[in-house]
Design a protein around this ligand. Structure first.
Ligand SMILES: Nc1nc(=O)c2c([nH]1)NC[C@@H]1CN(c3ccc(C(=O)N[C@@H](CCC(=O)O)C(=O)O)cc3)C=[N+]21
Length: 283
C-alpha cells in the first residue's frame, strides 16, 4: 500500500501550537495581526484568501482583508501597502499572487516592510535565505511548510538526493535553498531541462511544483521514492488533483502527499505560524 503523508495532521499540530502562542501573547496584551491584500476577482485567489481568513479567526489572529478593484493603479496599491507598513495592529502583510498584468509584482513586493513580509518574498528576506543567515526572518510559507512536513514525518533531508521540479520564486527556488541549507543534494529541474528521467532515477525525494495534472506517474520514479506534490490542478472532471498520478499499490512510490490534504494545509498553517512568530520578533 502507498503510504500517504498526511498534511492535515501535521497542519493540525502546527495550528495547535500557534493557538497556544496566541493565547500567551494575549496575556501580554499583544494580538498578532495579518493583512491580506487581494486585487481583482481571480476565483482561486478568492477561495484561498477566504481559507486564510477563516483559519486566522479560528486561531485568534486579527486579520483584515483589503479587497481592491482589478483596475487599481500601481501608485494607489503602493500607498495602501505603505499605510499597512505603518499600521501598528498589523505585523504581517501578504499580497495575494498573481497580480493583474498592469501591476509590477516585483515593485509591489519590494514596497512591503521586510519585517512584515510574511510570504518571505521581499529581496532582503530572499537574500537572507540564500545566504543561510541565522534567523529570525520570514521564509516563503509553502516551502517552509514542506520542510516542516518532511521533519514531522521523519523523512531525512541531509545527504538526500532531492529533485525539485519547478523554479518559481514562490516554491521552487526558496524550497531548493531550504533543502540545500539542510544538506540535501538538490537538482532544480524546469521546462527546459533535458533528460528529466536521468535525474528522477537517482532521486530519493521528488518535489513537483509544475501545475499540470498527470505530469508524473509511478513509472517515472526509482523504487522507494518519497514524492511531495505541490500541484493544485483541476482535472478533466473538475476535481482538484496534484501533478502526480499513482495507484493504490505503486511499485516505486514509497510515500506521497495527497492533493487535497497534503502540502496545501501546511501552507496555511505555516502562514499562521509565521504571522504569530513575527509578532514575537517585534517585541
Ligand atoms: N502571496 C501569496 N502567498 C501564497 O501563499 C499564495 C499566493 N500568493 N497565491 C496562490 C498560492 C496558492 N496557495 C495555496 C494555499 C493553500 C491551499 C490549500 O489549502 N489547498 C487545499 C485544498 C483547497 C481547496 O479545497 O480548494 C489542499 O490542498 O488540501 C492551496 C494553495 C497559496 N498561495
Amino acid at each position: 500500500m502507498v503510504q500517504l503523508i498526511d498534511g492535515r495532521k501535521a497542519a493540525q499540530t502546527v495550528n495547535e501550537a500557534t493557538k497556544q502562542r496566541v493565547k500567551l501573547l494575549k496575556q501580554r496584551g499583544i494580538i498578532p495581526g495579518l493583512a491580506v491584500v487581494l486585487v481583482g476577482h481571480n476565483q482561486a485567489s478568492e477561495r484561498y484568501v477566504r481559507m486564510k481568513e477563516k483559519q486566522a479567526q479560528k486561531l485568534g489572529i486579527y486579520s483584515v482583508l483589503k479587497q481592491l478593484p482589478e483596475d487599481i493603479s500601481e501608485v494607489a496599491l503602493l500607498e495602501i501597502i505603505s499605510v499597512l507598513n505603518h499600521d501598528d495592529r498589523i505585523n504581517a502583510i501578504l499580497v495575494q499572487s498573481p497580480l493583474p498584468a498592469h501591476l509590477d509584482e516585483t515593485k509591489v513586493i519590494a514596497t512591503i516592510d521586510p519585517n512584515k513580509d510574511v510570504d518571505g518574498f521581499h529581496p532582503v528576506n530572499v537574500g537572507k535565505l540564500y545566504l543561510n543567515l541565522p534567523g529570525p526572518y520570514p521564509v516563503a510559507c509553502t516551502p517552509r511548510g514542506v520542510m516542516t512536513l518532511l521533519e514531522f514525518n521523519q523523512i531525512p533531508v541531509k545527504g538526500a538526493n532531492v529533485v525539485m521540479i519547478g523554479k518559481s520564486s514562490i516554491v521552487g527556488k526558496p524550497l531548493a535553498a531550504l533543502l540545500l541549507n539542510e544538506g540535501a543534494t538538490v537538482s532544480v529541474l524546469h521546462s527546459q531541462t533535458r533528460d528529466r528521467q536521468d535525474f528522477l532515477k537517482t532521486a530519493d525525494i521528488v518535489i513537483s511544483a509544475v501545475g499540470k495534472a498527470h505530469f508524473l506517474n509511478d513509472a517515472d520514479f526509482q523504487p522507494q521514492t518519497t514524492v511531495i506534490d505541490v500541484g493544485q490542478n483541476l482535472d478533466e472532471n473538475g476535481q482538484l488533483v496534484g501533478d502526480v498520478d499513482y495507484p493504490t499499490e505503486p511499485t516505486n512510490i514509497r510515500s506521497i502527499t495527497p492533493v487535497p490534504g497534503g502540502v496545501g494545509p501546511m501552507t496555511i498553517a505555516t502562514l499562521m505560524q509565521q504571522t504569530v512568530e513575527m509578532s514575537e520578533w517585534g517585541l
